[in-house]
Design a protein around this ligand. Sequence first.
Ligand SMILES: *[C@@H]1O[C@H](CO)[C@@H](O)[C@H](O)[C@H]1NC(C)=O
Ligand SMILES: *[C@@H]1O[C@H](CO)[C@@H](O)[C@H](O)[C@H]1NC(C)=O
Length: 395
Amino acid sequence: MVGSTWKTLLLRALLFLSLLYSTIGKSSSSSNHHHQTTIRFKMAPPDAAAERQITMRREGAAFKVALFADLHFGEDAWTNWGPLQDIHSVNVMNTVLDYENPDFVIYLGDVITANNIMIENASLYWDQATSPARNRGIPWASVFGNHDDASFEWPLDWFSAPGIPPIHCTQTSSISYSVEEECSFRGTGRLELMKNEIKHNASFSSYGPRRLWPSVSNYVLQVSSPNEPQSPVAFLYFLDSGGGSYPEVISSGQTEWFQKKAQEINADSRVPEIIFWHIPSKAYKAAAPKFSIRKPCVGSINKEKVAAQEAETGIMDLLAKRTSVKAIFVGHNHGLDWCCPYKKLWLCYARHTGYGGYGDWPRGARILEFTHKPFSLRSWIRMEDGNVHSEVVLS
Ligand SMILES: *[C@@H]1O[C@H](CO)[C@@H](O)[C@H](O)[C@H]1NC(C)=O
Ligand SMILES: *[C@@H]1O[C@H](CO)[C@@H](O)[C@H](O)[C@H]1NC(C)=O
């Protein structure tokens, strides 16, 4: 009896050790884990990093920004129409850039439809979407939407009559996986997408503070005049409104970050602030036109209900109280393109730019233009056919 107890104990100890070893072995060899570690320690800029500056072209000239919203690149790559609609989206962007020649471009989320992308590296599509700005040397910035890091969802129509889906997934890397692994794409994470975007030197995007992760793309850019680089003309704030890998919300942590940042760089609220995120906050419901769009609202389509964030944790209260905040711009609802006043600021939709995503309303892009001394902010929508409409003075 004594001998067999010792044997049992020894076996248990060995089993325990081997389990421990295999757990450690797995976590340190997993490539995801490795990527995250690399990003965390090498790529994250310190919180206190100086604001990146964009300098206006000429003293006294207006600064013009084009908003490209809801491009939804990468849909249905296994059909003819999927890749074709991305070509159409590139055409829309090129047309708008030809007409407007903006100083800056903002990619306002849902750049790609990751839940429809059957390759491991969704940055390949992201790069196609940012190519119109990049090819012209126009600097740009981006924020995340709810589709950008979503996991791949098997399309129902792949499940043919016998119930066995044909394998469409293609090998895209040199690492060989089994078929099952190869087809279960988890989406390219926000950090990875951002890491690949900021390799381009014309990208002004940032990860944002590490303590706000998994919400990535919370940052601020300073627009400066060429003669007085130290005196800001405007601050552009970018916030990640979630969705995809986590809830659709702007957290109290992000609100606190905004408050501290604004206090630090614009304590007396002297410099105008303009805000960008993807999913409208609940305040958009309160501001929305009831039926047709009438003054004081300005816009051309009011075709659906506001699809707001899941919760409101304080960002709207804070923004509505700051006299320096002029307007918020969102995407997400492809059938809405209005601007409406809300308390002391304006709540605006962009215009659906991409052929990807739901809805067949004609494509276009919202343009903003601001001047310095005195500050003024105007906006309008430029359509793919060249038409301009919905001009509004926001400040
Ligand atoms: C994914 O694609 C981007 C853009 O082409 C590239 O920079 C990056 O190195 C790729 N990542 C991997 C892991 O292949
Ligand atoms: C980006 O890099 C290219 C090539 O190295 C250079 O020609 C260009 O001026 C750079 N652009 C910016 C905005 O720094």
